[in-house]
Write a protein that binds this ligand. Structure first.
Ligand SMILES: C[S@@+](CC[C@H](N)C(=O)[O-])C[C@H]1O[C@@H](n2cnc3c(N)ncnc32)[C@H](O)[C@@H]1O
Length: 236
């Protein structure tokens, strides 16, 4: 075994994860934004589907994992209110650190929850689940993918930034193409160029990997920021 293995408590206290200099302020659209990182505007994505489903459908849900300040959700809530669509959407953000932007005194608000995504339980299923540059700091990344897959509505979409080289085996080597194949077979195509994992629709998924712990001394990843390695055993 190379490197060190931190459990979640130690990881959450690590300077790499509890890092004040992290970019937690992405907006919904514009230069430093979800639209730019994801390649689509989550609000537009939701409203197109709302309108195509007609007036009487139950509300659509957007869950943002590792939401940072929650700014993108707060801005989406404002736009929905202005369009008279507030009662058609449920917006939820979860972050380990309570650095949420102030919630407006009036109008619809997203639910911003201070918790670790590794043990948080959702109140409902979601049409859209995003995780923008959050997985880089989560210990059991594959466990989160497996759980989030069960939180999607039938046509729901999950999209997350993921650096697959940060998923390592106990010997220290990247899990490599075998993991990419396992993810694809489980319905999580991985775009290596964009460092992005996606899936559509819910499913109980098994990935043949057992989480051992995290190493917070991995150094910078492709974003240029220090990130962590997540260490796994292969289950044969
Ligand atoms: C680089 S920031 C991105 C924040 C936001 N998505 C954005 O783009 O503005 C990564 C976020 O992941 C959060 N985070 C790290 N580990 C987490 C965990 N286990 N559960 C919930 N949030 C976590 C951090 O607190 C931080 O706010």
């Amino acid at each position: 075994m190379t490197g060190r293995l931190l459990n979640d408590d130690a990881l959450h206290a690590s300077a790499v994860v509890a890092n004040n200099a992290m970019n937690r302020e992405r907006q919904l659209a514009g230069v430093n934004s979800y639209t730019r990182e994801l390649g689509f505007n989550p609000l537009d994505w939701l409203t197109v589907r709302m309108r195509s489903k007609g007036q009487d459908t139950v509300s659509m849900g957007w869950l943002d994992l590792c939401c940072g300040t929650g700014r993108a959700l707060l801005q989406a809530a404002e736009h929905l209110a202005a369009a008279g669509l507030s009662d058609r959407a449920t917006l939820v953000g979860v972050d380990l650190v309570d650095t949420f932007d102030p919630i407006p005194r009036s109008g619809p608000v997203p639910q911003l929850v201070c918790a670790s995504v590794t043990d948080w339980q959702p109140p409902r299923r979601f049409d859209l689940i995003t995780c923008v540059h959050g997985l880089h700091y989560v210990g059991d990344k594959l466990g989160l993918l497996v759980r989030a897959a069960t939180w999607l509505t039938d046509t729901g979409m999950f999209v997350a930034d993921l650096d697959l080289t940060s998923i390592r085996l106990a010997g220290g080597q990247p899990a490599g193409p075998r993991l990419t194949t396992a993810l694809r077979r489980a319905g999580f195509p991985y775009d290596a160029r964009r460092h992005r994992v996606t899936r559509t629709g819910p499913r109980h998924v098994d990935l043949p990997y057992r989480y051992l712990g995290a190493d917070d001394r991995a150094g910078p990843n492709y974003t240029g920021q220090p990130a962590i390695h997540s260490i796994y055993d292969i289950i044969d």
